[in-house]
Design a protein around this ligand. Structure first.
Ligand SMILES: C[S@@+](CC[C@H](N)C(=O)[O-])C[C@H]1O[C@@H](n2cnc3c(N)ncnc32)[C@H](O)[C@@H]1O
Length: 267
């Protein structure tokens, strides 16, 4: 008995036994199966299928800017590598904000957090106090409390018919929706949507704004003060639990296609 126990304590054997346990864990299997179905059977590596969905966030942002049919002010919160999105945005005046956490070069206009950026406008230290944006893209810190704050601040600085857009509102699994990015030893690997969905869902419950989420590129949420993008959700999830959200995600997010959005904006 003692020998058996000692053998189990030998590091490679201990790791093997842990791994064996994980392989049998129903929660792990559920996530792995989900990802295998979606990604591996498509011959893709993890995360690629969501990225291959059309349209991309860039196409959606450019479409919204086009709809406004004027010289637009575009603001992007969280840029990282401008070549991934920012450089492809077609707007007369573009403004970028990023504290430079994920790209040391950080080639943006305002090297600061979104909180400092909005405070600096309010204090008259940057831009004009009364500046209004046509489209604001929120893609900074992907934690619900910060996204919620970014939405609240953006509502102060968005034009009445403008759009607040946010990335990563439709996490495919609980692992993608984890709070801590570094916990990437899971079926989601390094793909991370954070808890953005919670902030978007919170605003989906409010009657004072219209909102929808395009089912592409990890879920592109859109909020408008005046343009009817859909009614608020009645899906109840008072504790913001992932499984509740998953069961009602279509209604919770007002998950629609890009074509649906085009129809809505035609009205
Ligand atoms: C997911 S990347 C942005 C990707 C980019 N918008 C795109 O479409 O390719 C997130 C960025 O947000 C930045 N960030 C983190 N915390 C932030 C904060 N509090 N305010 C603004 N940006 C933040 C990070 O430095 C990082 O560059």
């Amino acid at each position: 008995m003692k020998i058996k126990q000692r053998i189990k304590e030998i590091k490679p054997i201990k790791l093997y036994l842990k791994g064996k346990h994980l392989e049998k864990n129903p929660t792990y299997i559920a996530g792995k199966t989900y990802l295998e179905d979606r990604y591996i059977n498509l011959g893709l590596t993890k995360g690629e299928d969501e990225l291959k969905k059309i349209p991309t966030r860039t196409q959606i942002l450019n479409y919204l800017l086009q709809q406004l049919d004027r010289e637009c002010n575009y603001l992007e919160i969280g840029v990282r590598f401008p070549e991934d999105n920012y450089n492809h945005i077609e707007a007369k005046n573009k403004f970028s904000v990023d504290p430079g956490i994920e790209n040391a070069e950080n080639p943006v206009d305002f090297k600061m957090t979104s909180d400092v950026f909005f405070d600096s406008i309010a204090n008259g230290n940057i831009l004009q106090k009364d500046i209004k944006f046509d489209v604001i893209f929120i893609d900074g810190l992907h934690l619900a409390h910060q996204v919620d704050k970014d939405i609240r601040n953006s509502l102060e600085y968005i034009k009445d018919d403008g759009f607040i857009v946010m990335h990563d509102c439709n996490p495919p699994t609980e692992w993608h929706a984890r709070e801590t990015f570094a916990f990437s030893l899971s079926p989601a690997n390094v793909s991370w949507n954070g808890t953005t969905w919670k902030a978007f869902y919170k605003w989906r419950c409010k009657k004072e704004v219209f909102s929808c989420c395009i089912d592409s590129d990890w879920g592109v949420g859109i909020i408008s003060k005046t343009q009817d993008l859909g009614k608020n959700t009645m899906a109840s999830n008072p504790f913001f639990e992932f499984h509740e959200f998953n069961a009602n995600r279509k209604d919770a997010l007002n998950l629609i296609s890009f074509n649906d959005l085009k129809q809505l904006l035609k009205k």
